[in-house]
Design a protein around this ligand. Structure first.
Ligand code: F6P
Length: 743
């Protein structure tokens, strides 16, 4: 037999032996890995819920049950139980296996002298293998009792099988490739090949293989994890977001920078009341912050805000279920006028929205904007607890802050999200300080927009006005060794919406809202919910109602459109004018079609708390979102979330980001009054079966693409970027060291 074939046979034999030994070793190792992984996750889940559990333990067993339910949203946890020290059951989740009663589990832990802090038991149920994680609650651990989590490990068996198939296939491919290389080597360069192999496996060559091995290991790690996530299904929850944060970013505390605070304390005649501001930003980010904890740095704008903070200007929120901090920054009237009303809302807001309002840029506003950005950036740097924190910078109020933060914290991961549209190059060119705005934003690690179009507009703006390299394939802006990823992350709402816990079912809302408005039970109701802003198309919306009534006399006296309009930015003249115009249009239409008590437009010009807004969503036949230009618009998603009866029709402007997500809405051009009027009529006549089909599909979409996914995706991308940057740093120092070793 030729020498090369002998060698080949020998090699294949050795590989087969390796495969068998490797498979045996792998099976045991992967099982241990998965058990460790699952157990670590349960510690994280209970750790994150520990505070609420301890608060609820003695006084609120129903609250404990709800917290356990939250923990078991991870579909690999079959069930959870809260056990009192004497073995009694305080609460369990629905699917908690009866075989593991508190008494039995605690008894077994005692027999095995397991730690009160944390103990695990690997065992079997008829359905397959399970792992029990038992974690002590209270200080010292176990003083209040213990939480038992039962994990379904049958997926490990499935994974084992997949891993084995993958290993066998890999060995097979490896063997094949090796054979080919061997044959070719034998034929063409036997001696040279042998010399090279010897060199490679001797100490001389080993170093070259190491980076490769590390990379392959990292890649496998990532694939295994991503695959795990897919297998678990796409539902994102607060628990999964917490886990993602802990896994990818080592659990550092998150600091959010946003102008608007999530809770405003206001003085009233009856004492201090807490307001929840009408802001898409707050709607989206508040649940994220509840899930992640940390600090929210914001402008303290309430009349009782100063009375409710501690000596460091911080207040714990949400009231009654404190889980994170709001750090309030006080602004003088001059600062607020220049930074908020002036540059942000008379300059950038109209610049970024196509809504026919002329941007006003004043040098004194710009000076305040710069100074206030610096003040907020400094406050963020004071709040972080490491030199590489995670900072979430929000919106157009803080275009300069990312660079300012980066300057003080070069290793920070800064995720900036621009909640409004990013305009095209011609429009951004209007801003006298466009270069400064763009440079400021490039301090971010990731810059997020609602849509891919806004990302493209931003990249084109960089191309037009700044010197920097654009990596178009990766959608990144490269400056020196730093890059800013520019990505679309369509924002969303929490799912399920916690406000709905306080809202009665649809039938009750229909009845009470009609009674409140003095309408007959069979009145047909449309609803609009907005800040009173010229971008929202409220005049156009009323014009469509006018055209609807003009074309449908059967609806006169029966159809009522309720507009909940929250006062906004009232110091700005453009908003004043709008206020007057909207009231005037409503008056004219009511005069045209109203009779007796009947008024087709009900303009409720006041701040409405979220629970009230959700009652109106539930009471209405339809909701009309008619924005002339809107980054996303979360009212549309909230309406969908409210309608758990599957009914109700959403009319949605084609100029909102939401129109890309909610394609089963009736999509309209708000400028086309007749088209919008026809859509209103179609909504009122739509058969229930069609309403259900559309609504259920939109509900699936919003449930799946909720705000936890939005935040999770940004965090995962940031972690990936951070890993690459750190690897690049290591490579640079490695090369430096090599250069020193072998000059
Ligand atoms: O996306 C939500 C948003 O439009 C923000 O851009 C804006 O900051 C907020 O709602 C509400 O405005 P304000 O904070 O000025 O009340």
């Amino acid at each position: 037999m030729p020498r090369s074939l002998l060698l080949l046979a020998g090699l294949l034999g050795a590989l087969a032996l390796l495969a068998v030994v490797g498979d045996l070793a792998m099976r045991d190792t992967t099982r241990r890995w998965f058990e460790r992984d699952v157990d670590l996750r349960s510690r994280l889940a209970v750790g994150a819920a520990r505070q609420s559990l301890e608060q609820q333990w003695s006084s609120d067993p129903a609250g404990v049950a709800t917290t356990l339910r939250d923990i078991t949203r991870d579909e690999r946890i079959m069930g959870a139980a809260a056990c009192l020290p004497e073995g009694k059951t305080l609460a369990t989740t629905e699917l908690y296996p009866r075989e593991f009663s508190c008494r039995l589990v605690l008894e077994r832990r005692r027999q095995e002298e397991g730690s009160l802090e944390h103990w695990t038991l690997s065992t079997e149920l008829p359905s397959g293998p399970v792992l029990l994680s038992v974690l002590g609650v209270g200080a010292p651990p176990g003083s209040l009792g213990e939480v038992v989590l039962v994990h379904d490990l049958s997926f490990v068996q499935r994974r084992d099988a997949t891993t084995r198939r993958f290993l066998i296939a890999s060995y097979f491919v490896l063997a094949l490739v090796t054979s080919l290389v061997t044959l070719l080597g034998a034929r063409f360069a036997w001696r040279r090949w042998r010399r090279e192999m010897l060199r490679a496996f001797s100490g001389e060559g080993r170093r070259e293989f190491q980076p490769l091995v590390r990379d392959v290991r990292a890649l496998l790690d990532r694939l295994a994890h991503e695959h795990g996530h897919e297998a678990r299904g796409g539902s994102w929850s607060p628990a999964r977001l917490r886990e993602t944060l802990a896994r990818y970013l080592e659990g550092e505390r998150v600091v959010i920078l946003a102008n608007r605070e999530p809770y405003i304390h206001d003085k009233t005649d009856n004492g201090v009341r807490v307001l929840h501001p009408a802001s898409g930003l707050v709607t989206a980010l508040e649940p994220v912050m509840r899930a992640c904890s940390g600090v929210w740095v914001a402008h303290g704008s309430g009349s009782a805000d100063r009375d409710t903070v501690d000596a460091h200007d911080r207040v714990r929120v949400p009231p009654g279920e404190e889980s994170y901090l709001v750090r309030r920054i006080w602004l003088s009237e001059e600062e607020e006028n220049g930074y908020y009303y002036g540059f942000s809302n008379e300059g950038l807001w109209p610049l970024c929205h196509i809504a026919h309002a002329r941007p006003v840029f004043r040098a004194e506003d710009w000076a305040q904007y710069q100074a206030v950005n610096q003040r907020f950036a400094d406050a963020v740097c004071d709040e972080v607890d490491s030199d590489d924190p995670i900072v979430l910078v929000q919106d157009y109020h803080f275009a300069l802050a990312p660079r300012m933060i980066r300057k003080r914290l070069p290793r920070a991961t800064i995720l900036t999200f621009w909640h409004i549209p990013w305009p095209n190059v011609e429009r951004i060119g209007i801003c006298p300080w466009r270069e400064e705005i763009l440079t400021g934003l490039l301090g971010s690690s990731i810059l997020g927009f609602h849509t891919a179009q806004h990302c493209r507009n931003f990249i084109e703006s960089i191309d037009a006005f700044l010197e920097s390299r654009i990596d178009r394939e990766a959608n990144a802006i490269v400056q020196g060794h730093r890059r800013t990823l520019v990505r679309p992350y369509p924002i969303s709402i929490e799912w399920p919406v916690h406000w709905l816990d306080q809202v009665p079912p649809v039938d009750e809302c229909r009845r009470s809202v009609r009674a409140e408005l003095g309408l007959p039970a069979d009145a047909l109701l449309g609803v609009g919910v907005d800040r009173l802003d010229y971008t929202k198309g409220i005049e156009e919306r009323f014009a469509a109602v006018d055209a609807l009534l003009a074309g449908h006399d059967e609806l006169r006296g029966r159809f009522v459109f309720v507009q909940l309009a929250a006062p906004s930015r009232t110091k700005i003249p453009r908003y004043h004018e709008l206020n007057e115009r909207v009231e005037e249009v409503a008056r004219t239409i009511n005069a045209r079609w109203g009779q007796g008590d009947y008024q087709p437009i009900r303009l409720l010009h006041a701040h409405h708390e979220p629970a009230t807004v959700f009652r109106y969503y539930r009471a209405a036949e339809l909701c009309y979102v008619s924005s002339l230009h809107d980054g996303m618009n979360l009212v549309a998603k909230e309406f969908v979330a409210a309608r758990d009866d599957g009914l109700g029709v959403l009319l949605l402007s084609q100029f909102t980001g939401a129109a890309r997500d909610l394609t089963e809405a009736l999509i309209v051009n708000p400028y086309d009054t007749q088209q919008a009027a026809n859509a209103l009529a179609a909504a009122l006549q739509m058969p229930e079966s069609e309403q259900r089909e559309r609504m259920l599909s939109m509900r699936r979409m919003v449930a799946e693409f909720n705000v936890y996914r939005w935040a999770g995706r940004m965090i995962i991308d940031a972690a990936e970027l951070r890993r690459r940057e750190r690897m690049a740093d290591r490579l640079t120092s490695w090369r430096g060291a090599l250069a020193l070793e072998h000059p």
